[in-house]
Write a protein that binds this ligand. Structure first.
Ligand SMILES: Cc1cc2nc3c(=O)[nH]c(=O)nc-3n(C[C@H](O)[C@H](O)[C@H](O)COP(=O)(O)OP(=O)(O)OC[C@H]3O[C@@H](n4cnc5c(N)ncnc54)[C@H](O)[C@@H]3O)c2cc1C
Length: 494
């Protein structure tokens, strides 16, 4: 697409005009994996210094110096990112993409290959780390070379039976092996979706039972291990209208299998000393996900080292209360707990379900309330980790939240300590915020799905569907990218 606008000769020149800047000292050392990577995504720069800054430098967190912000991104990638983000920002384009992927066209062999090839060269390359472990490792190497880290996500869909769970489990275990084989600290977290290793129906049943126990504390759940509080006083319990039946023997046996899968995964993460980050999903199943997360954290988070991290969705009205309750319970038990804070990705679904049951939405009434809740939760966690154990991942593309948290962390003197404070953005999104924070001396990770195109695309499509607002809001990044492309074009011509 770009070559129609910019002649190839100028594009070639642009590559070299970008590599003249001084090095940024705030980046981790060049990894061996990065050295092995072929020249691709972000690797057009000489090795960075291995000296880490003692504390964050907030003056470096500015978005005016586009040359510095995008200095690690070669022009070809900048052009592609700009075009792909532009396309995903147009809702009818996203609709068309989804329609094509789900249509009968994908059943026609020749055509399917053509469509997959087109997707691979554009959307897939923009948002995914690679089709297999080796390519994902190379993507992480390039990222690490540019001062960022990776959170590896094996892109799978929800499981509905034990067979599917076992298949997914192999993928998650393999992800830990891949992460372990990469240079230390280039992978910050391994991600797991509990809905991929425990059958969905069982998660719904467990959530119902947990909600009923919240309504009636005398309600006995024989399968329940130690956990932190899952609900607060104000948590909505409307999904469960009547007293649920206890788990059947078959369900208990499925639960045992799910427990074993998570245990195996946690033990592997402990051995590799790579924390496991549990994604949050919709509220119908989230109580069971929180239960698995908290009971595993109690087992594995030891000696000041949080291995299991949960996720709190701050678009929920009860998020702050639940965060405080869980964090306090963890403190009381001497468990170092880690949380990822997100705004949340299931807004339309939550509103639809609540309204179909005749209840108010569990989501904050206004976007301003959501922003406030995210920032409040972020302040709470930053203060907590500044004065004690535990960790926080601030997963956001919101520039204002990023700046506020950076200022707070700076004020509290939180530096680059592993597993303490990590900023995170989706791979292929919000490069300006990622590099801005990294230039300012913070640890920043990209959330990187990987796997074969056919497996990962349904996963990505679902995320795109849920995150339309976010895709449409990539305008700030696109504007900065256009500025930088214009600057490089001028530099190449004059
Ligand atoms: C690394 C990473 C990991 C993630 N993991 C998860 C996860 O485990 N679970 C999960 O659910 N999501 C997850 N997300 C997605 C996240 O929840 C958001 O959907 C996404 O990041 C957009 O929020 P933002 O903080 O980037 O803020 P912004 O760019 O400011 O986006 C705000 C968005 O919030 C929505 N919104 C929220 N509340 C309201 C409201 N009250 N009224 C109107 N609109 C509202 C709007 O659609 C708007 O587009 C993750 C995101 C990242 C970057």
């Amino acid at each position: 697409m770009a070559t129609r606008v910019i002649p190839p000769r100028i594009l070639r020149n642009l590559r070299y005009n970008t590599a003249t800047k001084p090095l940024n000292s705030g980046h981790p050392s060049l990894s061996p994996a990065a050295a092995l990577s072929p020249p691709s995504l972000l690797d057009q720069k000489p090795p960075s210094s291995s000296v880490l800054p003692p504390a964050a430098d907030l003056s470096a967190l500015n978005f005016h110096d586009v040359e510095k912000l995008f200095s690690y991104i070669p022009t070809s990638k900048l052009v592609r990112s700009s075009a792909v983000l532009h396309a995903t920002g147009i809702e009818p384009m996203v609709d068309l993409g989804m329609w094509v992927m789900r249509s009968k066209l994908m059943e026609m062999e020749g055509l399917r290959d053509v469509i997959n090839a087109a997707i691979r060269g554009t959307f897939y390359d923009q948002f995914c780390a690679g089709e297999d472990a080796v390519t994902a490792g190379k993507s992480i190497g390039s990222l690490n070379n540019a001062g960022l880290r990776g959170m590896l996500v094996y892109g799978v869909e929800d499981a509905h039976d034990n067979e599917g769970c076992d298949r997914n489990q192999k993928g998650f275990l393999h992800t830990v092996d891949v992460s372990r084989s990469l240079p230390p600290s280039s992978v910050s977290f391994v991600i797991v979706k509990i809905t991929a290793i425990c059958p969905m129906r069982l998660l719904e049943r467990m959530s119902d039972l947990l909600r009923w126990q919240q309504k009636d504390p005398s309600f006995n759940l024989p399968w329940k291990n130690d956990s932190f509080p899952i609900f607060s006083e104000s948590s909505p319990l409307y999904h469960t209208r009547k007293r649920p039946e206890p788990l059947t023997a078959e369900e208990e046996s499925d639960l045992e299998l799910a427990n074993q899968r998570l245990l195996e995964l946690c033990q592997k993460c402990v051995q590799a000393n790579i924390p496991l980050l549990v994604d949050a999903e919709h509220t119908e199943v989230q109580p069971a996900i929180d239960y698995f997360t908290y009971s595993s954290a109690i087992m594995h988070n030891k000696d000041g080292n949080p291995i299991v991290f949960g996720t709190m969705q701050t678009y929920l009205k009860d998020a702050k209360e639940r965060l405080v309750l869980a964090a306090k319970a963890a403190d009381k038990m001497g468990i170092p707990m880690g949380f990822k804070l997100v705004r949340g990705a299931y807004m339309s679904m939550e509103r639809r379900v609540a309204s179909s049951l005749g209840y108010a939405s569990p989501i904050h009434n206004t976007i301003r309330d959501t922003h406030k809740c995210f920032n409040d939760c972020s302040n709470f966690m930053l203060e907590k980790i500044a004065n004690g154990p535990g960790g926080v991942v601030l997963a956001t593309h919101n520039i204002e939240s990023g700046k506020l948290a950076a200022a707070k962390a700076h004020e509290l003197g939180i530096g680059r300590v592993n597993h303490k404070l990590e900023f995170a953005q989706l791979y292929g999104m919000s490069e300006a915020l990622s590099f801005g924070l990294s230039n300012a001396g913070f640890q920043v990770s990209k959330y990187m799905p990987f796997g074969p195109v056919e497996t990962v695309m349904p996963y990505l499509l679902r995320r795109a569907e849920e995150n339309r607002g976010m895709l449409a809001a990539s305008g700030f990044d696109r504007k900065l990218m256009r500025q930088e492309l214009g600057r490089r074009l001028k530099a190449a011509i004059f």
